[in-house]
Design a binder for this molecule. Structure first.
Ligand code: ZN
Length: 87
């Protein structure tokens, strides 16, 4: 939680300015982190990069094998339900 030393006050992140500064005294107090990884700049509508935010450790996440198995079984089941309508 951002703490302003001069104002001796905690701020919720939404109460700060877009640049992460204190709304009263203007000192920079925000620490921008995503998934525990510090960011060098605040995320705004101009600097938003969804792919970099989705990465937890800088690498692209792979789809787990059990999810692929679940999707394959679901497709097989739904296909069988469609076939069973006409049998
Ligand atoms: Zn302040």
């Amino acid at each position: 939680m951002p703490w302003c030393q001069e104002c001796a006050k905690y701020f919720v992140p939404n109460a700060l300015t877009v640049e992460g500064k204190c709304p009263k005294c203007g000192r920079e107090i925000a620490e921008f982190t995503i998934n525990g990884k510090p960011l060098d700049r605040p995320v705004t509508h101009k600097t938003l990069d969804l792919k970099s935010l989705a990465r937890s450790n800088g690498e692209d996440e792979k789809i787990p094998w059990h999810f692929k198995l679940l999707v394959a079984l679901l497709v097989g089941y739904l296909s069988w339900r469609v076939v069973s309508l006409f049998i």
